[in-house]
Design a protein around this ligand. Structure first.
Ligand SMILES: [Fe+2]
Ligand SMILES: [Fe+2]
Length: 399
């Protein structure tokens, strides 16, 4: 966490006047280190105060010396006096997440980690994407980049998640946890990061800018959104995995677990974007376009971190069931993560491949020698088999 700079004379990313009084109180972190209680059942009022933040604090940004302008659109975040990119809305959000994670650690509760070997590879691979671009075949890569920007924009849906009254649903207190701040700034900050806020662009606009800078304002296929929506609608409604916790809580936890997995798997997408758009052989603006993806990548860290913190806090607690019994939070969180990870590792590679190959032959037809290019493209295909276990199996965890 860089040291706060004086607000005077500096631009604030959201155009909001931030006085020194409303800045994130760092003294709270110091108070935390002095010794939180050993488990959630012993939470005290004193500790609650050290770990409690207002929505305004969680949404506050560090003033920046230079705004981020992407493709003529003012975006969130910006650059400090040293030219380093500063993610938006992290002035208090980062120390808050660190404090909640430290609390979990002090309580002896583990922080959920999604195994990276579960992350399916991007299709087409960076090498395949470069091969297409080198041969003048742009449509599949433009489509892939456009899908990423659209999916980023969908992130705004997180602010519409209906959260039940969580205090009533857990046996142990939730004061001073990330869980208690989900609708008090965390979901909103996440939504603004992904899809922009007011006249300020977010990740959707930043990916579009990276695409347009790197590939020189390419023609974007008109059916990207339609095909994407068609694919998303195919899954149908899922049966509840834990009817005993009630549909509202399961929907919220399921949504969070799903977004966490998507965010973790996106790390591969970011690396792919950087590899492709930073390559001077095929990118018209390797520094601008690659740098833009790196900025987005930096903004994603708090998303992964607050979600896994809040889900870990659920795991460390006991949930009251609708029939006045209880169930371990770990059983529920592991069960939801296992279901999502099993589905995504099984379906995502095939979906991505099918989506791309649907129009690949036609796209390749613009190449000088389409047959040879298709062969070369296929020869670069790397088979991927998902690991047999997710690490969240009920049996593996003794739940
Ligand atoms: Fe994002
Ligand atoms: Fe994100």
């Amino acid at each position: 966490m860089p040291s706060p700079r004086p607000a005077l004379g500096l631009l604030h990313p959201e155009g909001i006047e931030v006085s020194s009084n409303s800045r994130c109180p760092h003294r709270r972190r110091a108070a935390l280190v002095s010794g939180p209680p050993p488990n959630p059942k012993e939470a005290t009022h004193t500790m609650t105060q050290t770990l409690t933040f207002t929505p305004e604090e969680l949404l506050s940004s560090e003033p920046v010396a230079e705004p981020l302008i992407a493709n003529g659109v003012r975006c969130h975040g910006g650059f400090d006096a040293d030219g380093l990119y500063r993610s938006p809305r992290t002035l208090c959000r980062l120390p808050a997440i660190q404090a909640w994670q430290a609390q979990l650690s002090d309580q002896g509760s583990p922080l959920i980690e999604i195994p990276r070997n579960l992350m399916p590879p991007q299709y087409p691979s960076a090498v395949q994407a470069k091969l297409l671009l080198e041969n003048g075949v742009r449509e599949p890569v433009v489509r892939a980049l456009t899908i990423i920007s659209i999916v980023e924009g969908f992130g705004a849906m997180i602010r519409d998640v209906e959260a039940p009254e969580l205090r009533k649903l857990f046996v142990e207190p939730i004061d001073g946890t990330g869980l208690d701040h989900l609708t008090g700034g965390l979901f909103e900050a996440h939504a603004r990061d992904e899809s922009g806020y007011r006249d300020e662009g977010g990740h959707k606009q930043m990916w579009e800018a990276a695409r347009d800078a790197g590939l020189e304002n390419p023609k974007v296929p008109g059916d990207v959104l339609m095909r994407l929506m068609g694919r998303r609608g195919r899954g149908g409604a899922q049966q509840p995995a834990f009817p005993e916790i009630g549909p509202e809580l399961e929907r919220m936890l399921g949504f969070m677990a799903n977004v966490l997995v998507v965010e973790v798997f996106a790390e591969g997408t970011f690396q792919w974007g950087i590899d492709v758009l930073s390559d001077p052989e095929i990118s018209a603006a390797p520094e601008v376009a690659g740098g833009m993806v790196r900025n987005i990548q930096a903004d994603e860290k708090p998303h992964v971190d607050y979600l896994r913190t809040a889900l870990s806090e659920v795991s460390a607690r006991t949930i009251r069931t609708v029939d006045d019994k209880t169930i371990s939070g770990k059983t529920v969180v592991d069960g939801l993560l296992h279901r999502i990870l099993s589905q995504m590792t099984r379906n995502r590679p095939g979906d991505q491949r099918e989506d791309l190959r649907e129009g690949l032959a036609q796209a390749i037809s613009v190449a000088t020698n389409p047959g040879a290019l298709q062969e070369e493209f296929d020869a670069l295909e790397l088979p991927w088999t998902p690991p047999e276990t997710t690490g969240f199996e009920p049996a593996a965890n003794g739940a």
